[in-house]
Design a binder for this molecule. Sequence first.
Ligand code: 1HE
Length: 270
Amino acid sequence: MIVAIDPASFTNLAIKPHDDGVWVVTLDRPTKRNALDLATIEELVRFFSDAPRAGVRAVVLAGAGDHFCAGLDLIEHHDADRSPADFMHVCLRWHEAFNKMEYGGVPIIAALHGAVVGGGLELASAAHIRVMDQTAYVALPEGQRGLFTGGGATIRVSDLVGKSRMIDMMLTGRVYAGQEAIDLGFAQYLVDGSSLETAMELARKAAKNLPLSNFAICSAVSHMQNMSAMDAAYAEAVLAGVVNTQPDARARLAAFADKTAARVRPTTKD
Ligand code: 1HE
């Protein structure tokens, strides 16, 4: 551990470390439906900048109250009456936070419920795994508010579900939920019970992997999407050279060789 994270130093995020290295980060302004004001964005930048160096093995990202996140704090934005340059810099801080999430190398599992809209969907899209419960719904209401996305939706939401679907959502305010949202790629899991509980289970599984493997999985795949295929193949080979020879992996490989390691089997449904 190179840096220490003090949960008490956060106000808009409730931060709870667990013994197994899973940290639960909860957007904690339920009376404002966890709308993202500047202060929350700065706390996200701080937490996710430090997490890779603070021994955080996986993060569950959740929202307090009935909704995950209502997106940009529209009241703060209205009251601040920002100049174009001011709002550009606001957006750059959002990108700083969300890039630290996507490229930081620490697995992030978003537990979604209620509204996951506008900037809330941009935030969720920066996580590596999304779990929806039956109340969760996604939308991009920017068009109706006289706004445009500024927190990476043009990159990440279009990557998840394609540009035509994203454009339709912004033009018409279309809302997706349930199995349809899963089938389209907004999230990988839909649960009948609590998305937080399932996200915790997934985070605990991921936290058992070696940190260097998780670092590669949760940064390299995204970086390589930004490269030409030739460069991505080269970078993948170099990275695999480092990760696949890590001393900590020897015990896992030995367990496979001596037949004590679990085999890969299809999940049984009961
Ligand atoms: C807010 C916000 C907010 C709620 N900024 N304060 N995002 C949106 O367009 C979504 C706007 N919000 C909503 O549509 C609804 O609030 C919800 C569906 C999320 C929740 O509905 P509900 O009935 O539970 O709550 P409410 O009565 O609408 O709001 C409760 C309080 O939360 C109220 O404050 P109060 O002080 O009057 O009690 C609301 O003002 C406050 N609140 N949402 C500020 N978003 C980098 S660019 C990104 C661009 C975008 O994200 S655009 C999408 C913006």
